[in-house]
Design a protein around this ligand. Structure first.
Ligand SMILES: NC(=O)c1ccc[n+]([C@@H]2O[C@H](COP(=O)([O-])OP(=O)(O)OC[C@H]3O[C@@H](n4cnc5c(N)ncnc54)[C@H](O)[C@@H]3O)[C@@H](O)[C@H]2O)c1
Length: 302
């Protein structure tokens, strides 16, 4: 595997994890972030990721932080953008990246929802623009959705997939640049039904979580829904769909219940209540449980 000089735009939640995993794979990583606050806390956050995963301390020496795009991005072969989720900002960053990098440098956006077609629409060389949707935290969750837009070249997709695979990720090729890609469409199809069930008084939010965690969620990390369909039989799945499909929620906009929660300031763990009630201790316990679980999975797969 060749080692690359890779740019990361944004040293936030996603950017620092992306930088960590690429440096752990042996690459040199230059992070650009205009915020001194985010740059100053970067070493501590990177060290925390390293300690959790038991990585070689030397890998942190391959990461540098910069307050200007040039010269940091000059000479990079890949750039992963993880700046705030605002289209004009991302378009401006990509235009600047085009002026600083060679035409073959791959420019990847980690946007959760903005199509890379829009982000790269003003560029001259659009074949090198690709979506790389990492999941939070990117150094612990292996999936990356590599989304090909109508201009992305096949070579860009292949090189991006190869780089990510060599870095221990599980890249998948998404062939259309559609809202939510694949993962968030699946996740939000489930959330639409979950919120509708709570709104209809069928069960409370705690019960939804119990049904998922102790039920089909317990096997999902090792058995995907298509495998599970084949395991139980496609014919059985058809029978079940014949009974339930007409009854499933099919709202084309967010359920009133979630809009009401937001209007009432019930935003979740950070305000003490969302669909469930939280104390700082119970919220931290959930965060720590998740972090430890994902770290164990990541170490087991090494
Ligand atoms: N948080 C998630 O769970 C998640 C998951 C997948 C994708 N994403 C996407 O990743 C991107 C980053 O999200 P995040 O959660 O890391 O956000 P974040 O707020 O933690 O980090 C954003 C970083 O961008 C920096 N920044 C601000 N203006 C900038 C500029 N002009 N140029 C460069 N950097 C700038 C900020 O200082 C900050 O460090 C977004 O597009 C988001 O939708 C987030």
């Amino acid at each position: 595997m060749s080692t690359e000089t890779i740019g990361v735009i944004g040293a936030g939640l996603m950017g620092h994890g992306i930088a960590y995993l690429l440096a752990a794979a042996g690459h040199t990583v230059r992070i650009y972030d205009p915020s001194a606050e985010w740059r100053n806390t970067l070493p501590e956050r990177l060290e925390s990721a390293r300690a959790l995963l038991g990585g070689d301390p030397a890998l942190l020496g391959r990461i540098s932080a910069h307050d200007q795009m040039p010269p940091a991005m000059t000479g990079t072969t890949f750039v992963f953008e993880a700046a705030p989720e605002k289209l004009p900002l991302k378009q401006q960053l990509f235009a600047e990246l085009e002026s600083l990098t060679a035409p073959e440098t791959i420019l990847a956006s980690n946007s959760s929802a903005i199509p890379s077609t829009r982000i790269g629409e003003k560029l001259k060389h659009r074949g090198r623009v690709v979506g790389t949707h990492f999941w939070n935290p990117p150094h612990l969750v292996p999936l990356v959705e590599v989304t090909q837009n109508e201009f992305t070249s096949d070579a860009t997709v292949q090189k991006t997939i190869a780089l990510l695979r060599d870095a221990g990720r599980k890249p998948v090729h998404v062939r259309k640049d559609i809202p939510g890609f694949v993962g968030n469409r699946l996740q939000h199809a489930l959330k639409r039904e979950a919120i509708a069930l709570v709104a209809a008084g069928v069960c409370d939010a705690d019960t939804i979580d119990e049904v998922v965690k102790s039920g089909f969620g317990a096997r999902m990390a090792v058995l995907g829904p298509m495998e599970q369909t084949d395991l139980v039989g496609v014919d059985l799945t058809l029978d079940i769909q014949n009974t339930v499909m007409a009854d499933l929620d099919r709202s084309t906009e967010p359920t009133q219940l979630i809009k009401d929660k937001v209007a009432q300031g019930k935003l979740g763990m950070r305000t003490g209540e969302g669909f469930r009630k939280w104390t700082p201790e119970s919220a931290n316990a959930v965060r720590e449980r998740l972090r430890q679980f994902l770290a164990e999975q990541a170490k087991a797969k090494k």
